[in-house]
Design a protein around this ligand. Structure first.
Ligand SMILES: [Zn+2]
Length: 260
């Protein structure tokens, strides 16, 4: 492929057992175990390192009863990335499992959609149904980062670097964004929670933690339009990602998948 292209990695840092009925609006007729994996992602190439989301800490995992396996920064270190030196971090949305640990990226500018900050600091947070997946300390921290000049806001689609672009989706939260990356196999889309599992997207069965069901359903079509094929869409929490893509090294089996 000509033009810029990048390596892309999914790095697992946590796990949570739950049932299929919890992963679809309206439940699931064949209810059974359907666990969640938690990931951060790395985009590397063309002289850049871009981290997508920062995960949650061990303390947050204990509080929310999620199995915290390792700090996401340790997973990055296994790929020779020093979180202290990363300059660009995309925050797909401000839920606790995507923006904790931001303090471990002291050199970073955080890329966030306008509408996500509006959502996380506005009227809807007075209702537990919408605020439940946010950690107020994370949100306050990102407000402080904003005042420190460390948040770059985007309103809709934006190019982060040649071959790396941000795309507003909404749905799951008011300001959810996804990332499209040019790779040697074509355009890969890091969907984050625009689709938690392959099944949400493939069967158009939205996940129940949602701001707008209509926008979430539209988002599935948007993901398909952005990616070169359905096989180029990477869901945000599906353990199948580690089954479908190879580890970059034997020692990283079950921890890191190479997506490009
Ligand atoms: Zn999530």
């Amino acid at each position: 492929m000509s033009g810029p292209h990048y390596e892309v990695y999914a790095i697992k840092y946590a796990h949570h057992e739950r049932r299929a009925s919890e992963n679809f609006i309206g439940g699931d007729p064949h209810d059974g175990p359907m666990p969640l994996d938690y990931f951060v992602w790395l985009i590397r190439g063309e002289g850049r390192e871009i981290v997508v989301d920062t995960g949650f800490s061990a303390a947050t995992g204990a509080r929310r009863r999620r199995e915290h396996i390792r700090c996401p920064t340790e997973g990055l270190r296994a790929l020779d990335v020093d979180s202290g030196k990363v300059k660009d971090v995309v925050i797909t949305h401000l839920h606790y499992d995507h923006v904790g640990n931001f303090d471990l990226f002291p050199a970073a500018t955080f890329h966030l959609q306008d509408r996500e900050m509006q959502y996380a600091t506005g009227r809807h947070m007075a209702q537990p149904v919408f605020s439940g997946a946010f950690d107020v300390e994370d949100v306050v921290g990102m407000v402080r980062n904003t005042y420190a000049g460390r948040v770059r806001f985007h309103d809709g689609d934006a190019e982060l670097a040649p071959g790396v672009s941000l795309h507003f989706i909404g749905g799951h939260t008011m300001g959810l964004q996804v990332v499209r990356v040019a790779t040697r196999r074509g355009n890969v889309v890091l969907a984050s929670d625009a689709s938690h599992f392959y099944a949400n997207l493939e069967q158009v069965r939205p996940f129940p933690i949602v701001f707008s069901v209509a926008d979430m359903a539209e988002g599935y079509a948007r993901l398909r339009a952005l990616a070169d094929s359905p096989g180029h869409i990477i869901p945000g929490h599906d353990p199948l990602v580690l089954a479908r893509y190879p580890a970059p090294a034997q020692a990283l089996q079950g921890i890191v998948a190479r997506l490009d």
